[in-house]
Design a protein around this ligand. Structure first.
Ligand code: 26Y
Length: 821
């Protein structure tokens, strides 16, 4: 099935088979005849891994020998997705593995299906980090990803009576064949305690941090294989472990139970990923996680990667630390502490070096998503870091006052310390002040950062601001996930596109070729069959394969407007019930949702319940004759995305303009030949510009229009009263039609929509329904539709994460490839 002929194989069927059997017997300790599916998976993974290790070690020695500048990506999240298929693709072992297993009477896909994906991320930001390390490896850039080895990944979502319930994700319960633990390389990370002034041997006044307690950070290394190169980079994730010294202290005091409890407290640091992806709660454990991985990573890079005795005033020549949002920003005062307190470097030099070493990527526009840490908490957990932040702020505000004499309001606005509602450290400001470059993740987003969110900073330092539009890896999200389309493309234009995605442009003429279009449709149809089969097995949901696949998958957020999508479905149903629309005139459509809600986000959870309630009625409504189906498989994750995106016809990217920083799902869909229905938000703008108006269903208010509507005093109720079709849909929900007659069931959602509607769902409703009517018409002409779909593929090569990484290299990092010989 999965013919990946993009690379040559390092093994023959014979050698692969003998290694596999050896792994099974001598590493797993089990005979082939008695192997469980997990035994088979572990042995297979270790077999594939074996063919990457030499390249990995060669990469390491090449990179250390050259002493070239490295990129250290600091991210609290890496949403990796399944590892086995990616390793097979990178090594070129896919076919050999398949044949070798088949000869043993085993099936590669069946064994692969037992893999539990490492869900070490919430959504876009974590998945972006995973795409970026793939591209860095593929492009031979010396790079390391630093993060946290959460013992529990993002929760598993289930539905109980249509409502979200969360289950833990013990992804490591059977161990991971992909990780290499290095307890020998553990780093101590301190917390709490106090600071003291003292005079050193040379008579210089200095400060030191006397830590109150400390934990061990144990590194786990993961190979990050580049595609079509020998280069294999490293992802280093830290796991928390209690220190012996710490235990012993309490143990000696005679309190055994307290010693064990203390151990649990220490090891909780890397226990679980926080499932919120906006509205950060000022939770102590989250700040501990952030400092834990950042302190370990800096110590690791300085003490293990840089040569012994390296002059740290030149650290910026050897590394650039990229801050993935504000989560790792405590690294800035940490580097200052190392340089000033530990190395005795003077403050001014240290600050100059620090600012040259860090760069900051912002991923949001929502004010409530900007992280702040209360001065009280930060001062208690990291007293020295708070002092350093205050000193940075003092000098910074002096600079502001000098640049804008008399503008005290501005100084107060720009202060790292917010005074209301409590004294707190604004991490985005600290990041902006302590970095060389600040980037947004799509053109519109970067513009809005400059003009709004960080406007004062862009006035002060215009050249600090830049844009790097996000991208996605074409290895995972095309070559691996859509082998049918990948093969079709390769037959048409050769295989160069996998590493040079702009070459998809060469497909443009094929859009005019009727036989190519027909093959393209056959691939899409096969992808739908594959998805239908999966969803029947996985979720027990029966779906027609012969329908338009209309897909909205992303975290559940009001600003992303899943409600708008749902109102369209309810509108169609309502029109049929009223006899305004014949069911037989509806193009058969499967509306697919996939979305996790943050466990504490009430509105998001109510919307999930509402979607499931509508699905229950609509999917069985005799009036609709099965032409409209809602599929809401639980627990949307990377594994499901890889099957779903290639099956999609219509990609829903309908956030309120000015709210979605970029989006990356939007890119994956277009690249897989889905047409977008979307607003001018995030990277949709760039997709629209590239594919052209005829091949994109554009609707909705633009960002400046949104600002005007809001400034004029938005009244959602007026839209409801003034629009029969909208009123019909909302009234139908309010009537209890989806809640067994209970008229109050969805009061929480509806009253907000009619009273507040922060994200202007009702204002964009009519434009959205009109755009969906255009979709209906367009889909009826399958030749024209596939032409548009092919042009979407051909014109979205820009969205390769290889291009994003090249932009980071050119505009921010200035590091160079170091190919492994
Ligand atoms: C601090 C904590 C609450 C937190 C944890 C995770 C805050 C934010 C996040 C994750 C944010 C995120 O995923 N943002 C998304 O980043 C993508 C990659 O740049 C963008 O495409 C997307 O628009 C943005 O919402």
């Amino acid at each position: 099935e999965n013919t990946q002929r993009f690379s040559s194989s390092p093994a023959t069927v014979e050698s692969f088979t003998s290694e596999f059997v050896r792994q099974l017997r001598y590493e797993q300790g089990v005979d082939l005849g008695f192997a469980s599916s997990d035994d088979l998976y572990q042995a297979l993974a270790r077999t594939v891994r074996r063919y990457m290790i030499d390249n990995w070690l060669d990469t390491l020695s090449t990179q250390t020998a050259k002493g070239a500048k490295a990129v250290a990506y600091l991210s609290a999240e890496y949403l990796m997705g399944p590892q086995l298929p990616n390793a097979l693709l990178a090594t070129g072992l896919a076919e050999v593995a398949r044949d070798s297993l088949a000869a043993l009477g085993l099936d590669l896909d069946e064994i692969g299906a037992t893999e539990v994906e490492p869900g070490l991320g919430n959504g876009g930001l974590g998945r972006l980090a995973a795409c970026f390390i793939d591209s860095l490896a593929t492009m031979d850039i010396p790079a390391v990803g630093y993060g946290i080895r959460y013992e529990y990944g993002i929760f598993r979502q289930t539905f109980v009576d249509g409502r979200q319930a969360e289950q833990p994700d013990p992804w490591l319960s059977k161990g991971s064949p992909w990780e290499f633990a290095h307890p020998d390389m553990a780093v101590e990370v301190g917390f709490h305690g106090h600071t003291e002034r003292y005079t050193d041997a040379a008579g210089v006044e200095r400060t030191r941090w006397v830590r109150g307690d400390c934990v061990l950070a144990v590194p786990y290394n993961y190979m990050v294989p580049g595609y079509g190169t020998k280069n294999v980079n490293t992802l280093r994730l830290w796991s928390a472990k209690a220190t012996n010294a710490f235990d012993l202290q309490i143990f000696n005091a005679g309190d055994y139970e307290a010693a064990v409890r203390a151990q649990t407290v220490a090891e909780n640091i890397s226990k679980v990923i926080y499932p919120e992806d906006s509205t950060p709660q000022g939770k102590e454990l989250r700040l501990k996680q952030q400092y834990f991985f950042v302190a370990a990573s800096l110590a690791d890079f300085i003490n293990q990667t840089l040569p012994q005795g390296f002059d740290l005033t030149k650290i910026h020549e050897r590394v650039t630390f990229q801050l993935n949002d504000t989560h790792p920003v405590i690294a800035i005062p940490e580097l200052m502490r190392i340089l000033v307190d530990e190395r005795g470097i003077d403050w001014a030099t240290a600050w100059d070096v620090t600012r040259k070493t860090f760069n900051y990527t912002c991923h949001t526009l929502l004010p409530e998503a900007l992280e702040v840490w209360s001065v009280e908490l930060l001062g208690r957990l990291l007293p020295r870091h708070l002092e350093i932040i205050f000193q940075i702020n003092e000098e910074f505000l002096a600079e502001v006052r000098k640049a804008y004499p008399g503008d005290e309001l501005r100084a107060r606005r720009m202060s790292i310390i917010q005074e209301q509602p409590e004294r707190a450290v604004r991490m985005a400001f600290l990041a902006s002040i302590g970095s060389s470059k600040i980037n947004g993740v799509a053109e519109l987003h970067s513009q809005l950062l400059r003009d709004k969110v960080l406007n004062d900073f862009s006035e002060l330092w215009p050249s600090k601001f830049t844009n790097v539009t996000n991208g996605v890896t074409p290895r995972r999200f095309l070559a691996l996930s859509n082998p049918g389309l990948a093969n079709l493309i390769t037959e048409a234009i050769g295989e160069g596109w996998v590493k040079d995605l702009e070459r998809l442009r060469e497909l443009e003429p094929f859009a005019e070729d009727a036989s190519f279009r027909s093959e393209f449709r056959a691939v899409k149809a096969a992808n739908k069959e594959r998805f239908v089969e999966l969803i029947a097995q996985r979720d027990g949901i029966e779906l027609p394969a012969d329908a338009m696949y209309d897909v909205m998958v992303k975290r559940l957020h009001e600003y992303k407007r899943q409600m708008l999508k749902l109102l369209h479905v309810v509108t169609l149903y309502d029109r049929v019930l009223r006899g305004e629309l014949r069911a037989s005139d509806i193009t058969p459509r499967v509306v697919t949702f996939g979305a996790k809600a943050a466990p504490g986000y009430k509105m998001a959870k109510e919307i999930i319940a509402l979607i499931n309630a509508v699905a229950k009625v609509v999917n069985h409504a005799p009036e609709l004759q099965g032409r409209l189906q809602i599929a809401f498989p639980a627990n949307y994750n990377v594994t499901l995305a890889e099957k779903l995106i290639p099956a999609a016809d219509l990609s829903e990217q309908i956030s309120l303009a000015g709210k979605e920083a970029s989006g990356t799902g939007n890119m994956k869909f277009a690249l897989n030949g889905a047409l977008t229905i979307g607003t001018l938000d995030g990277a949709n703008v760039e997709i629209y510009d590239l594919v052209g108006d005829e091949h994109f269903f554009l609707f909705g208010l633009t960002e400046p229009q949104v600002a005007d509507v809001v400034d004029a005093g938005y009244k959602p109720g007026a839209y409801y009263e003034g629009n029969r079709s909208l009123k019909g849909a909302i009234d139908l929900i309010a009537s209890g039609a989806f809640s067994n007659g209970d008229r109050n069931a969805f009061e929480f959602v509806l009253s907000d929509l009619l009273g507040k509607d922060r994200f202007l769902v009702l204002a964009d409703y009519q434009a959205y329904v009109d755009a969906q009517d255009k979709v209906e018409v367009a889909y009826a002409d399958q030749e024209a539709w596939s032409r548009s779909a092919i042009l979407n593929v051909a014109r979205t090569g820009f969205f390769s994460s290889d291009r994003s990484i090249q932009d980071y290299l050119d505009r921010i990092w200035h590091a160079k490839p170091q190919p492994v010989r």
